[in-house]
Design a protein around this ligand. Structure first.
Ligand code: AMP
Length: 308
């Protein structure tokens, strides 16, 4: 029997974000932060596994615990500095450059999955060092009803490709943005890229196309979920992580994982991402209630139907 436990591993970070109209200064970020906040819209039993430095604020940890997320697997290293990332968006906000990545405490992180969550049915390997993703997989108790999801980015393809490919082999669902799918596969076309990534392991390949939505490739039947058209995009940071959070949280709350629940989960991920990008950093997710989330889902439904 599938359980409703979700284990998330990913960075918890300080980010600095520059957009064409604003600069954030040092704010809360990190893949696991966005994933956790987004996953918490679902009725799942969620644990985060990550590492932070002494500089990380209690009020930031509280944002996760306030949403019922177990953080006993979040190690705080005394005297250490948290992961730091600085990024700058182009006028076309689908494009960004990484200006700085400081691994800090992530460099020596040895993740520990809390005992209670080792049998989790859903495991979300968020963006971080693939060696850490592998160590999380190695600690899991056998569960025939497990689904493993993975998100990654070019940074890890450039630095740790072999380890990453080995993790990808063990994964059921990969979420990856369009440019990174092309980089990973060496193809120049997304359909061919998805085919090549299938061969690396994942049965389900989800390619995110920013404001242009997300494509699921499964067997020979692609599925498309448009993003919600938004009047104002303030900061796209974390959209991909929010998407992964909405999807994995939903899957954790379901009784089975199959193509149908994954497609429904992609809509949940899309709704979570739409709440993320309207404000700087995590504040859109933090300020949104479950009602706000369901309102976005309804807008998505209306976007996708032809009845009045
Ligand atoms: P996204 O916009 O969905 O790609 O996620 C952005 C978040 O990922 C930021 O909050 C960063 O702290 C985090 N991040 C950026 N670079 C990395 C990296 N190399 N590994 C892990 N997390 C990262």
């Amino acid at each position: 029997m599938k359980n409703n436990k979700l284990v998330i591993v990913g960075t918890m970070a300080f980010d600095e974000i520059i957009t064409p109209t604003a600069e954030s200064g040092k704010i809360l970020g990190g893949a696991a932060t966005y994933i956790g906040l987004a996953a918490a819209f679902a009725d799942a039993d969620i644990a985060a596994v990550s590492v932070v430095g002494e500089d990380f604020l209690q009020e930031h940890l509280n944002l996760l615990t306030d949403r019922g997320i177990d953080i006993s697997g979040v190690e705080q290293v005394s005297g250490g500095k948290s992961f730091y990332w600085k990024g700058k968006y182009h006028d076309n906000m689908n494009k960004r450059d990484t200006l700085d990545t400081q691994l800090n405490v992530l460099a020596d992180f040895n993740p520990i999955v809390p005992e209670k969550y080792r049998d989790a049915s859903i495991v979300m390997l968020g963006n971080l060092d693939p060696n850490v993703q592998q160590k999380v997989l190695d600690q899991l108790a056998p569960n025939p009803n497990r689904t493993v999801l993975l998100d990654t980015m070019n940074f890890w393809m450039d630095l740790q490709l072999n380890t990453l490919l080995n993790v990808i082999k063990q994964v059921d669902i990969i979420t990856i943005n369009d440019e990174e799918a092309l980089q990973l596969s060496g193809e120049a076309n997304l359909v061919l890229a998805a085919k090549a990534i299938h061969k690396m392991g994942p049965a389900y390949v989800i390619i995110k196309k920013g404001e242009h939505g997300a494509l699921l490739f499964y067997k020979d039947q692609p599925f498309f979920a448009p993003a919600l058209p938004l009047e104002k995009v303030v900061d796209p940071t974390g959209a991909g992580d929010s998407f992964a959070g909405g999807l994995s949280g939903y899957l954790a709350a379901q009784q089975t994982t199959n193509a149908t629940t994954i497609k429904a989960g992609i809509l949940q991920g899309t709704a979570a991402a739409s709440l993320c990008v309207g404000t700087m950093g995590t504040s859109g997710l933090v300020q949104s209630s479950k009602e706000d989330f369901f309102a976005q889902l309804q807008k998505l439904e209306r976007l996708r139907t032809i009845t009045l």
